[in-house]
Structures are given as C-alpha cells and as structure tokens.
Design a protein around this ligand. Structure first.
Ligand SMILES: *[C@@H]1O[C@H](CO)[C@@H](O)[C@H](O)[C@H]1NC(C)=O
Ligand SMILES: *[C@@H]1O[C@H](CO)[C@@H](O)[C@H](O)[C@H]1NC(C)=O
Ligand SMILES: *[C@@H]1O[C@H](CO)[C@@H](O)[C@H](O)[C@H]1NC(C)=O
Length: 454
C-alpha cells in the first residue's frame, strides 16, 4: 500500500513537471491576441463583442443600448456591413427594436459620439471579393478600435478575416498574418461554419491558397446558435454569456437552448448580503453595491453623480426625456434599486420554456474548486438535456465553469481546456490564476489519469 502511495506521488510530481512546461503561451493561441476579456474597457457592458484583433471586434446588429455601451467601452467606430433602409419592416431582437441605418447613424454619431459607416449597398453581394475590397479601402480612415457588425456576427466575421488574409497575401510581414488555414481554424473556434455556406473559391481567390481538402469545422449544437449571436460557443452544446436581458429569453428558447445557469450572487450569499451591481448608462463599473464608510450605495444620487463615466454627456444620452445624464436603475437587466436582483431574473424564466438554475459563485473571491466539486454532477446532468447557456456578469466565471464542465463531459484534456479558455479571452496559469489552475489540474489530470490507465 505504502509503495502504491509513493508511486502515485511520483506520478503526480512528474505530471506537475510536465504541466509546468505546458503553461499557456500567447503563441499557442489561434487568435492574433485575445489576451483580454471581450468588451475592451467594459467587459460587463460589452461581453457580447468578439475580438478578432485588438482593433477589430465583431458583433450582430446592436440595439440602441448596445451602441451606447460600445461607446462607453471605448470603441471609436461602428461599422455596419449592411444598409437597413427605412422602407424595410422594423426588426427586433426578442422584442427590442433594432435601429435601421438612418436611426443608427443618428444614435452613433449624435448621441454616442462615434464614427459611423455602412459598407455595402442593399444590392451588394457580401461573400465576395468586392465586399473585402470595400473594407480594405475604408479601413485606414477609421478610428480604432472598431465594432464591425452585420445581423448575427457571421457575415462580418467572414469579411473581416478575409480583409486580414488579403493584407497578409500582399505583405507577408503584415500583422496579424491570416493564412487560409488560420481563417478556417479561427472561424471554427468562433463556432462559425464558412465551409458549407460560402463558395470556397472566394476564400481561395483572396488567400491565394488552394481550396483545402479538410478544413477545420466548428462543432456547435445547434448549428444555428448564431440567431442568439451574443453567446460565446464553448464546445458542442455549451455556451457562455454575460448578463442577459429580458428580451433574450424568447430568442434563446427559439434557438433551442434547454437550460440557463446563472452564476451571479443573489441578494444573499452564505448568509451575508452579496448583491452584485447592475449596469447603468454613464456610470462606471465596480463602484461597489453597498454603502461603505462615508461611501453611499451605488445607486444613490450623490454617488451616481460622483461615479459618472463622462460628466459632460448630454441628458439625451440616456433618453430623450431624461432630466439627468446618467441612469439610476436598469430593469431590463433585472436590476432593482440596489443592484442585480436574481429573483427577478428567476421569475422571468418561469414564463419561458427554458429551465433556469441558480448556482451562485462569489464574484469577488470565486472558489472554483469548492464550487465545481459541489456542482459538477448537476452541470453534467443539465447538459444531457441539450444546449446550455452559463452566464454571469461579464462571462468570465461562466467561461471557467463551462470550459471545465465541457472538458469533463467530453473527456477533453488539460491542454485543450487551457487553449479554449485563452480563445475566449481568459487565462488558466499557475502564476496568474492559481486556484483555477489547481482546479483544472485536479479535474483534467489527477482525476482523468486513472481513467486512461484502465
Ligand atoms: C487587397 O489589398 C490590396 C492592397 O491593400 C488592395 O489594393 C486590394 O483591393 C485588396 N483586395 C481585396 C480583395 O480586398
Ligand atoms: C489548424 O487546425 C488544424 C487542426 O486542428 C491543425 O492541424 C493546424 O496546424 C492548424 N493550423 C494553424 C495555422 O493553426
Ligand atoms: C429608474 O430610472 C428612471 C430613468 O432613468 C427614472 O425616471 C426612475 O425614477 C427610476 N426609478 C427608480 C425607482 O429609481
């Protein structure tokens, strides 16, 4: 017995050595960067943006609020791939109106104060060399970072990656270099299928490389997850998100999600008040929910005035009728007069066909090891029912939980999980995230090993 314990210890020691060498390095990432969480300066407000390079982020068609959030996160330009004429019927996202081009231009330029541009005319072909040429032409004149969007983030990802591929073909020293292989690998990592739906010859013409025989394919279930484009695909039926809004529920149900797991704290956690913040227009993140010392609660008037992002914003940044230039509550994101109100979100789910699970994980000091030891089996059970969306405030806790749960469920290894986390804009490493690192090692190396040996 003692000998067995010793040999196990040796195996573990050797494994730890191996793991030190497999510490993530930036060069292993598919993406040119992604060292930061999605959302530039405000991951809580703009978690739904997808970084391709630090200057180029893609998204689906934004609501008025999302345009304002993009301005607060530091985007300088909003580029709409398509033109949405006034004559077209009004589109919505789960009931939230989507501004047409004339309205969007007004919101972006006059209210949010950013540059606005539309790329294609209504009759233009999008999966084309011409679309890429148009982007190439305007790119140098646009202030960066740019939020580029189409309807669901699909088409614009194609055009943006092809723009980078063309630059790479013209100038091999162009950074980030995107080859044909990179194009298929990056789009697969984003859960986007450009193999079945796009003429491969267009890709080949732009990259100057032959049509690949066996390009990397995405592995998302359902394939049409993009109708709820704000989500981040993790693997197969696992997805992550930041704070969802009321309007998202019907869209998620239609796409085919079966379950939603909310990791945010309720009003109390472990018997103590632990309410998280709700997003507020023109108010900074992380100002603290409650009073503390001389500090007033986050949503009190004096405190709101003190924590404005831009004290000079006009009142109409909030709404045409607003008497102040900041927001003091946000019921769309399930906020009350103190902060995020989990009960309100839970009640909203009662009226939807989606199963809702609340598994609070403290935002300030999340203990992933303890949390996953307690919740893993339930997470796996939930996943057996079909597509599952794990959400928190910015998508960070959700990423750490969903990647590990997917790895355990589908028997993916430690290296896969570390790379996948990096592709989502986060990090698992011994030095920067030791608690998460130990938890990942525990589930994907220590526990996995005996299974392999059987
Ligand atoms: C590729 O880049 C060159 C140089 O910037 C440009 O002249 C050309 O129009 C681009 N082609 C496409 C397909 O974008
Ligand atoms: C693309 O992915 C395939 C399959 O995972 C891999 O073999 C190849 O090396 C990758 N290419 C690049 C440029 O990352
Ligand atoms: C909520 O915000 C709106 C507009 O920002 C404001 O008119 C209203 O008084 C606020 N309600 C509460 C309860 O603070």
């Amino acid at each position: 017995m003692e000998i067995r314990i010793t040999s196990l210890a040796v195996i573990l020691a050797v494994l730890c050595e191996v793991l030190t060498e497999t510490e993530p390095e930036q060069s292993t990432s598919l993406f040119p960067d992604r060292r930061k969480a999605p959302g530039v300066k405000s991951p809580k407000k703009c978690w739904w943006t997808k970084e391709i390079t630090p200057d180029l982020h893609v998204a689906g068609r934004p609501t008025e609020r999302q345009i304002k959030y993009a301005a607060e996160a530091g985007f300088k330009t909003i580029l709409s791939l398509f033109t949405y004429p006034d004559s077209e019927p009004r589109q919505t996202f789960g009931g939230d109106p989507l501004p047409n081009t004339a309205e969007a231009q007004k919101i972006v330029e006059e209210i949010a104060g950013l540059k606005f541009i539309t790329l294609l005319d209504p009759m233009d072909e999008w999966a084309s060399v011409e679309a890429v040429e148009k982007l190439t032409k305007v790119m140098p004149s646009l202030p960066k970072p740019i939020l580029l969007h189409c309807d669901r983030g699909y088409t614009i990802s194609f055009v943006t990656l092809m723009y980078l591929a063309n630059q790479t073909k013209r100038d091999p020293s162009f950074k980030p270099g995107i080859t044909s292989d990179d194009f298929y690998n990056i789009s697969a990592a984003m859960g986007l299928d450009f193999i079945s739906r796009i003429p491969q010859e267009v890709v080949s013409e732009i990259t100057g490389e032959p049509v690949p025989t066996n390009p990397t394919r995405p592995n998302t279930v359902p394939e049409d997850w993009m109708d709820y484009w704000v989500a981040h695909p993790v693997y197969k039926n696992w997805y992550t998100a930041g704070q969802i809004t009321r309007s998202h529920l019907p869209v998620m149900a239609e796409v085919g999600y079966k379950s939603v797991v909310n990791l945010r704290s309720g009003i109390m956690l472990d018997g103590k008040p632990n309410q998280e913040e709700v997003n507020l227009l023109n108010i900074k993140d992380a100002t603290g929910t409650y009073a503390k010392g001389d500090r007033e609660p986050r949503q009190w008037k004096a405190r709101l005035e003190e924590t404005r992002i831009n004290p000079n914003r006009p009142n109409h940044f909030i709404s045409p009728e607003s008497k102040v230039n900041y927001e003091s509550n946000n019921t769309e994101e399930f906020g009350d007069e103190v902060g995020f109100q989990e009960t309100t979100e839970r009640v909203a789910f009662l009226k939807s066909p989606l199963e809702y699970y609340h598994m609070p994980l403290d935002s300030k000091s999340p203990m992933y090891g303890v949390f996953l030891a307690a919740e893993m089996s339930q997470l796996l059970e939930i996943s057996e029912k079909g597509p599952v969306l794990v959400h928190c405030a910015s998508g960070k806790r959700a990423a750490y939980v969903a990647v590990l749960a997917a790895a355990v469920q589908y028997d993916m290894d430690f290296d896969w999980a570390v790379r996948r986390i990096q592709e989502l804009g986060f990090e698992v490493s011994k030095n920067k995230t030791p608690e998460i690192y130990r938890t990942y090692v525990n589930w994907l190396v220590t526990r996995r090993q005996p299974k392999d040996e059987l």
